[in-house]
Design a protein around this ligand. Sequence first.
Ligand code: NAD
Length: 351
Amino acid sequence: MKKNIAIVGFGGQGGWHGDHALKSDVVSLAGIYDIKEARMEYARNKGIHTYESFEAVLADPKVDVVVCATPNDVHEDIVVRSLKAGKNVVCEKPVEMSVAALDRMIAAANESGKLFTVHQNRRWDVDFLGMKKIIEDGDIGEVINIESRIHGSRGIPSDWRCHKPYGGGMILDWGVHLIDQMLFLITSEIDTVSCTCTHITTDEVDDGFKLTIKFTDGKTAYIEVGTFNFIALPRFYMQCKKGTAIIQDWRENAKVVKCKAWHENDVLPVQTAAGITKTMAPRDEITTDTYEVERPQSDVHDYYRNLVKAIDGIEPALITLPQVRRVMKVMEAAFASDAINGAPVKFDEKA
Ligand code: NAD
């Protein structure tokens, strides 16, 4: 049976949830609540019910799920109060700004016995799924290193995202998605996290960052977000033991170059200004195969389909609290590393 959701915080992302709920096969929109009257009026003009207060949302027995889509600094309060009122909860990413805050939310969820999960919707991104498929197919062997980048050129949005107290900055905004994805591509135990933040357009928060995760088995991950990059580097670049894969842009298929013979008889040298090089000359088709991997099909509304089944106990929630907490720990380690000029911070998987 369909579940009724109520959205708290009806800004950009609350609107996204509203649009999806209005055409959903699994949820219905009971209503919304926002502290800004303009957003309440906007909702009413669309024929959406508005609650007069957050307490009114919690008091409505029709509401099965509260979707929290406010700025990051009020997630804990809204999530904990919703759980205490006996509601299931979906919280927007980043779930909160510290592991300590998340732990209080998890304790409230455990006490209530209700479902509490986070909207890590970029698990449905086809570029990420394309990379995952290449790893799972195994044609180019085991992963050595993965680089995941998002480069924009418009700085940080000039809303709450550029202010520290609201949970602004790019580690919390985009980093949370890219780290979450990366920990699915490389599932090994984390050894260290190193990070430096950029402050090109603002001093208050990080407007970009460069983050390295080293895993205990030697694999490495590099995650970079930039908001002052007028030429973007590839979305994904992956070195594996038998080849390399690249996704230039999230609208494109992956390109794979597989090494089919390590040894080469004749290498055509490349002329550079200072002389010729054979070592760095590109490979030819005698020793490599080049092919494309199509982007997998994906429907982000499967997030809600899973949510409803998880509430009914039919299948486990896809986005689990231990996963969310591990990502939060990596973000905390990233801030700690930045505070010591990017030196590596030891990661404790058990903490
Ligand atoms: P926004 O500024 O557009 O909207 C936030 C809304 O929350 C505003 O309308 C504001 O008035 C309202 N609000 C603030 N405090 C409130 C409170 N106490 N009670 C009720 N309403 C309150 O911001 P946004 O871009 O929609 O971001 C909201 C959340 O969604 C953030 O956590 C953000 O990180 C997340 N987000 C997620 C994605 C994604 O892809 N998953 C994309 C964008 C934003």
